[in-house]
Structure formats: structure tokens, C-alpha cells
Design a protein around this ligand. Sequence first.
Ligand code: CA
Length: 251
Amino acid sequence: MALATARSRRQASERPTEEARKAEGMTMVLVVEDELEIARVVRDYLRNAGFEVIVVGDGGSAVASVRSAKPDLLVLDLGLPGRDGLDVAREIRRWSDTPIVMLTARGDETDRIVGLEIGADDYVVKPFSPKELVARVRAVLRRTRTAARGDEIVRAGDVEIDTAKMRVSVGGSQVDLTPTEFQLLATLAREPGRVFTRSQLLDAVHGVAIESYERAIDAHVKNIRRKIEPTPGSPRYVETVHGVGYRFADA
Ligand code: CA
């Protein structure tokens, strides 16, 4: 019955693949990786985890496949022959919000930061465990779906952040944050687990912050931790991502 429905929708639809997939509740991941062995392992793990997977090996095919197949998420290697992954991400972000998880080489912190600032959602550093990649893919999908719902109250452990009323409480007691601290915390907490660069956080507080340099973010984070963390020296909520920026803990 369900299959018959999906099939008839497929025939009736202008975008058959996408519509049929949604009707059948499948999530499609496009893997862009030129190294065959890695591509194969990633494909197998994602399939075993229940995803539909398409693999392409270069940037041009990646852009074309995002347009034609409309995947739910992209796993994008940054080191590709010809058009590199950053260039691909930049192009895709002009017309698509499809979540992107980057595969980056160890030591390529600059690429990681540039990728996040272009609008990639997360990254995994090579060599990575396929299990870790699957976990990241799931986390990014969960987070982007939650963010799309636009929930106004974020709860994590003892911390409650009401983004509409601009109130923060810890263990039921209200905590006073400055407007800059609040914007910063709300930006991080709306998407738990997402890594933000200092520059992205600076953009987020633009309008409330007087400072215009990235290191000012560190000072604000220090203040936020002092106010909400049980042990500011070993933060449970606002985590440091070395060399890149900060993220709110994904409980
Ligand atoms: Ca590569």
C-alpha cells in the first residue's frame, strides 16, 4: 500500500526522485570524494546506517548532482581534482541550504575555518573513523531540522535559554548577561554541536557589540562561562574547538 502510493507519487511528480524519497522517508547523502577506497568505505557505512547514498568523484559532478538529485546532505572532501571542495561549497551555498559535512586534511585549519565561514555545517578530520562520520551526519541532520523548527527555548543540563524573552537561567535562577553575551550564547545554543568560528560569532553579535576584532569573542565567552558554567575552567556548555572557535555542547 505504502509502496503503491510512493510509486504513483513518483509518476505524478515533477521531481520524481526527491518526492518518492520523501514519501518513503529515506534520507539521501551525496558523497564527494575522489579517493576510491575512502569513498567506498563511507558509502558502505552510510548505507548500513540506513541512508541512500550517491558517490561522485569531482567538484563539477558534485554541483550537478546537488541540482539534479537534491540530496538531504553533502559529505564533501575539500581536496578534489580540478575544482576544489571550498569552491564547490561556495557555489552550492549561492542557491542551496543543503547541509554540508566537510572532509578535511589534518593540519588544514585555515580550510576548515574558511569552509565553516562559507556555510559548511561541520567537518571531520582525515583520517577519520567511518562511525564518527555517520554520527556527525546524523547530528547535522538533527540540528538542521531542529533549527528549521525555530524553537525559542533551548535547554541543556541546568541551563535554560529563552531566545524570545532574552532570558537565561541556571538551575532555575536567572542569570544576567549583557546583550552581547546573550546574543553570543543564543547563537551557539540554537544549534548545539555546531562549530562557529570567531568571525561568525562576531557577525552574530554585530549591532550589539562595540568591538570589531575576533579576539573580543574570547573575552565574552570567558564572561559567559563565569556566569553559567559550574566549573568555568572545564566548561560543560560552551566548549572551545581548538584552532577554530566555539560550540555549544550537544547533550
Ligand atoms: Ca581527496
